[in-house]
Design a binder for this molecule. Structure first.
Ligand SMILES: O=C(O)c1ccccc1N[C@@H]1O[C@H](COP(=O)(O)O)[C@@H](O)[C@H]1O
Length: 214
């Protein structure tokens, strides 16, 4: 297993951005979803993009967003990829890819083996499948809640490319997750926070060290 790619999602401050960059994370996520405590508006996204420059790639997270919301986020954050974290269909993913010309990551909510099978509908359409824990129906957010799923459901993904693991990853469990799943990419948000939306630079550093050393 080579070193995994690392994404730190829900970056909203210069301190958190700098910690991700100096820890050699590969991607930061900017959340364009107003109900999230990590939401950034266009002004904040532009400031973070200006600070980051070419030092780290930026992935914009959208949830069932319309084209104009996505266009604004892409321009403001000078995004390198978009992550669709809602109920977007394969056809919608293809449409986003064609319209914006950026790599598209599709979040796949997982609680059962059938959810992993359904992900195949997106293979070859999305550039990356991001397996994440399915949140409860009445949850405030469709992700970013620190929930894990049964990683053994991903056994068939071992050795494949174009996928990533998210959901409840933290400095304490990311090495174990990598040993079990051999995920090519790991993504975390609440696992590197002291409270929802409050990223901790020390936890970001610890997460990256644990993933890089796994
Ligand atoms: O981070 C959010 O606020 C968020 C909001 C809506 C959809 C997805 C969101 N985050 C993504 O969810 C995964 C898992 O988060 P966590 O590590 O369990 O807190 C995260 O990697 C983000 O990509």
């Amino acid at each position: 297993m080579g070193a995994p790619l690392i994404k730190i999602c829900g970056i909203a401050t210069a301190e958190a951005l700098d910690a991700a960059i100096t820890s050699q994370a590969d991607f930061v996520g900017l959340v364009f979803f107003p109900p999230s405590p990590r939401h950034v508006d266009g002004h904040a996204a532009a400031a973070l993009a200006a600070r980051a420059g070419s030092r780290i790639r930026r992935v914009g997270l959208f949830v069932d967003a319309d084209d104009s919301t996505m266009a604004e986020g892409i321009a403001a954050g000078r995004l390198d990829a978009v992550q669709l974290h809602g109920e977007e269909t394969p056809a919608h993913v293809a449409q986003v890819k064609a319209r914006f010309g950026l790599p598209v990551w599709k979040a796949i909510p997982v609680s059962t083996a059938a959810d992993v099978v359904r992900a195949e509908d997106y293979r070859g359409v999305a550039d990356l499948l991001l397996f994440d824990a399915k949140t409860p129906k009445d949850a405030a957010l469709p992700g970013g809640m620190g929930l894990r799923f049964d990683w053994s459901l991903l056994a068939a993904q071992k050795g494949r490319s174009g996928w990533g693991l998210a959901g409840g990853l933290s400095p304490a469990n990311v090495a174990g997750a990598l040993h079990q799943t051999a995920a090519p990419l790991v993504d975390t948000s609440s696992g590197v926070e002291t409270a929802p939306g409050n990223k901790d630079p020390d936890l970001i550093r610890a997460f990256c060290e644990a993933a890089q050393g796994a």
